[in-house]
Design a protein around this ligand. Structure first.
Ligand code: ZN
Length: 277
């Protein structure tokens, strides 16, 4: 059903509540609001303040979520702030909520600006994230056609001229389509979850997702992350097949099968930018 946390959409705590709980589940909340009544426009986004990407008024997007129980403010990697309106919330409260957390938002933007970013163009020598660590692209010797290596893996390229990124990312995605389903089936067997199918996709905004019918989709970029992070996302989606929400019982199940989930979330938060998303 819902996606695993994508680094840009990890909920971020206020400075006060951040202490001690750096997990994904730290949400800000406004109490005492009147229940919001009406239809739920899941996933529909309204661009209410389309400020330019430059300094003046950065965009804030208000999104209604049938899964959210609280107001939440997150900062996407593209600099867009997303205010999530819970099922029983309303936009007026959401705006007030955003106003109250302007200072936090500014600090989050400052932090984001300092995070490492992936190189736009990849050539021999460019460090890229592969299997959890940064490795420079090297010329690989041998073979009739040109090839490069990234860590222990060798990839064929049509030419060494120009941007190697599209070719290498296609190679990475190909590896992912072999490795990720294999791992998902393995972990489904381990946890006894009734998994029906696994697909690997080029998702721009999520690490994984699942359907109530037992289908799990995984982002191919998980082959670039450490194994522990990849496994966490797989476990996360598998546990959704048991708990289709992000409630306490869901996180308890995740913690049971994947005790290191918090570190994995932290890794995703810090390194998402290196994945070129
Ligand atoms: Zn989830």
């Amino acid at each position: 059903m819902d996606a695993s946390s994508f680094p840009d959409e990890l909920s971020i705590a206020t400075p006060a509540s951040a202490r001690g709980t750096e997990a994904a589940g730290v949400f800000l909340e406004i109490r005492g609001i009147a229940p919001w009544v009406g239809k739920v426009d899941s996933g529909e986004q309204q661009q209410l303040e389309p400020g330019p990407a430059a300094r003046p008024a950065p965009a804030i997007v208000y999104v209604r979520s049938p899964l959210a129980r609280r107001y939440r403010l997150t900062l996407r990697r593209d600099g867009t702030a997303v205010a999530t309106i819970p099922v029983r919330g309303n936009e007026r409260e959401a705006r007030r909520f955003v106003d109250q957390h302007q200072e936090w938002l500014e600090r989050a933007r400052e932090r984001q600006a300092k995070r490492p970013r992936a190189a736009e163009v990849w050539t021999v020598g460019t460090p890229v994230l592969w299997r959890g660590a940064m490795h420079a692209i090297r010329l690989a010797v041998g073979g009739e056609k040109p090839q490069v290596s990234v860590a222990a893996d060798v990839f064929r390229v049509a030419t060494l001229e120009g941007d190697l990124r599209p070719t290498l990312e296609a190679h990475f995605a190909r590896r992912a389509r072999i490795e990720l389903p294999a791992r998902a089936w393995e972990l489904a067997a381990e946890t006894g979850v009734d998994l029906k199918s696994v697909s690997v996709r080029n998702q721009r905004a999520r690490w994984g997702s699942c359907s109530a019918g037992g289908a799990v989709s995984l982002n191919w970029r998980l082959v670039q992350t450490p194994d522990t992070v990849r496994d966490y996302i797989v476990y996360h989606e598998l546990m959704h097949l048991r708990e289709m929400n992000h409630g306490e019982r869901f996180w308890a199940r995740v913690a049971e099968v994947c005790p290191g989930w918090r570190e994995a979330e932290r890794w995703l938060k810090r390194h998402g930018g290196l994945l070129g998303l």
